[in-house]
Write a protein that binds this ligand. Sequence first.
Ligand SMILES: [Zn+2]
Ligand SMILES: [Zn+2]
Length: 160
Amino acid sequence: MDTLEEKCHAHHLKVTPQRVAVFKALQSLKKEHPSAEMVYCQVRKNSPHISFDTVNRTLLKFAEIGIVDAIKGVKGPRRFDPVRDGHHHFHCIRCGAVFDFENPEYDEFGLPENIEKKHRVLGKQVVLTGLCSRCLKNKQRIGVKASNKKLNKEKNHEQD
Ligand SMILES: [Zn+2]
Ligand SMILES: [Zn+2]
């Protein structure tokens, strides 16, 4: 992975303390696919005077020069992914969480001819959507509660 310095120099950008702070925060939140808000909270721990706007603008700049990928979730705010090499994503449609996964088969499948002819493809990423394990668990819990209620109602009716 390129360092912040290399990327900034290649794009004629100064390596400002704010950019360093946002970069560091991204590294520590790597696994989370953080939103701008999450990065902002992390940056504030060491730089309490930075504004949300500065963090957000820095993240968008980073996306522009290829330090992070800006991924549009199926739900909630845009997420940022500092891990840019070959992995795929699972998006939870309920809580908006984004998980990484690897699958060599996905890396190897061919490109559609009409795309390959017209455009230059630089990356390939598969996005799977669904309910994450945590949301599934919650859903089951809600399901159990609902059916218990129904059962109690039926019991009460029997007593009537
Ligand atoms: Zn979820
Ligand atoms: Zn990712």
